[in-house]
Design a binder for this molecule. Structure first.
Ligand SMILES: [Zn+2]
Length: 515
């Protein structure tokens, strides 16, 4: 059986989704989880694009040991140099070079003739091969390129040393049959094609990313590029979990193998959803909340008698936890540490100590602490690296049906200074957010506000996600607390801290660029 490699680009193409801004800690956690999922290649970012991206790619390359880590690069020496600096500490450094090959991109974006594009591509591959053992080459907008030209440039870059050829459907335009035909065309018209592996990279603008990827596999591709939950530019990329499970469940048809550990799918999906703030629709294939729920009476009856009557995928296959272990007031630090490790999180001793304090506080208010509660606490503790920025000291909100809602907030900035403000609003959350806006003395546009409970029960924790725009920065934030208003305040402050972090990084980049 042919082996299909999974190239995950959640941290590069996925991170380009509108409103997604992952910090270093979050990227590292996702990379570690992708390693557990046993993807073959992790695209960790675009090292030359910013200092933050460079640092993230470097740390991921140095942390991940059992996957190849790669970074994106334009076909210019300065990009390749930056990528090598970031990736050289990796277990299997790999470069992902690209240049556009469609007439529309060559004329309007690159302003280069086809001959100049070939020359630049060949030059870049040759230069990259001085450093990198593996060079993957991508023809940006391949699907709108002229096939004879595509075959010609592919042959040249293979001669120059590229060992993986990626054929992206950059704009999400192709149909499954046409996409398969491009792979066949290249196999029939590029003389040295057997020396390389072919890769697919699809976008979901017409809802065909997964099926196009599968078509590529049927027509000779041995690598697919995808993201967890299908996040990515515009309508997103091909969803890794859908391709992986389709190949597994329909092995009889596709006749291929992968090295993925499918049992890590659900956990990876949850982690990416929580950290990016991009919710998984309930009806989404494989990882949606309802993917295994049988609602109709006839179906329920059938499943009770024999699961396979209506269930082609078992929840266990993708690691949906069947029973949630419960901790309580009397659980000790040791039990907590064990459970955290079983859940697959890596926490330092100091983080465990802090988590234990939060855990005890919660256990005083809530009888059973479920895995979901614990994960919510871990997220609060581990992924709030904004200790130098703003923290919530206290809130007070007054609400009554015949009264104007009023809020008072006290914040602490990184230097320990207190900021206190009060404001009113049409509702209690608005009063709270008007007050916070005053605290930050800047205009904040609230693009999205979502609240959900962690697990069930009256004493469940509240989890709030917000999306904000401040000046030209768009980002999300999340907060968890027993009270919905406190969770709302935390989410807003978390988002604002991200805004300040992004602006500080941008200012830093400008300094680097001008010095
Ligand atoms: Zn893409």
């Amino acid at each position: 059986m042919r082996n299909i490699k999974f190239f995950d680009t959640t941290l590069r193409d996925g991170e380009q989704s509108a409103g997604v801004n992952l910090n270093l800690q979050e990227k590292l956690e996702i990379a570690r989880q992708l390693e557990r999922l046993r993807v073959d290649i992790i695209e960790a970012g675009f090292p030359a694009s910013s200092k933050g991206d460079f640092e993230a790619v470097k740390q991921i390359a140095e942390t991940v040991r059992t996957c190849s880590v790669t970074g994106l690069s334009r076909s210019v020496r300065s990009d390749i140099d930056a990528a090598w600096e970031a990736l050289k500490g990796g277990a299997e450094p790999r470069l992902h070079l690209f240049i556009a090959t469609s007439p529309i991109h060559m004329v309007h974006k690159l302003r280069m003739t086809p001959e100049q594009v070939i020359e630049a591509a060949v030059e870049a591959v040759k230069y990259a091969k001085r450093f990198f053992p593996i060079v993957q080459w991508s023809a940006e907008d391949a699907c709108r390129s002229e096939l004879p030209f595509l075959a010609k440039i592919v042959a040249e870059v293979i001669k120059a040393g590229a060992s993986v050829i990626n054929i992206p459907d950059t704009v999400g335009y192709i149909t499954p049959k046409e996409y398969g035909e491009i792979f066949l065309y290249l196999q029939n018209n590029v003389p040295n094609i057997e020396n390389v592996s072919l890769s697919a990279h699809c976008h979901d603008d017409l809802g065909m990313a997964v099926v196009n990827s599968l078509s590529a596999i049927e027509h000779g591709a041995t690598q697919v590029e995808c993201t967890i939950n299908g996040i990515g530019e515009r309508a997103g990329n091909a969803a890794l979990e859908e391709i992986a499970v389709a190949l597994h469940i329909r092995k009889d048809y596709y006749q291929v193998e992968t090295r993925l550990n499918l049992q890590e799918i659900k956990r990876t999906s949850n982690l990416v959803s929580k950290l990016t703030g991009v919710v998984v629709p309930p009806n989404k294939a494989v990882v949606g909340k309802n993917a295994f729920a049988h609602e109709s009476g006839i179906h329920q009856d059938g499943v009770l008698k024999e699961k396979t009557t209506y269930e082609i995928i078992s929840p266990e296959l993708i690691g949906v936890p069947s029973n949630s272990m419960v901790l309580g007031k009397h659980s000790g630090r040791h039990a907590l540490r064990n459970r955290v490790e079983e859940l697959g999180y890596t926490l330092s001793d100091e983080e465990i100590n802090q988590l234990f304090v939060r855990f005890k506080e919660l256990a005083d208010k809530k009888k059973d602490i479920t895995d979901d509660d614990l994960i919510a606490l871990i997220f609060e503790e581990k992924f709030d690296p904004f200790k130098d920025f703003y923290q919530l000291s206290s809130i007070q909100v007054q609400y009554g049906t015949n009264q104007i809602p009023t809020a008072v907030v006290v914040l602490k900035d990184g230097k320990g200074n207190e900021i206190q403000e009060a404001a009113t609003g049409a509702g209690s959350v608005e009063a709270l957010y008007n007050t916070l806006e005053r605290c930050f003395q800047t205009e904040v546009t609230l693009l999205d506000y979502r609240i959900e409970s962690v697990g069930g029960g009256r004493d469940a924790l509240a989890q709030v996600f917000v999306k904000v725009r401040v000046r030209d920065v768009e980002t999300s934030g999340r907060g968890t607390a027993q009270d919905v208003l406190e969770a709302s305040a935390k989410a807003y402050i978390n988002a604002m801290n991200r805004v300040f972090m992004i602006e500080a990084m941008r200012a830093e980049n400008e300094k680097v660029a001008t010095s």
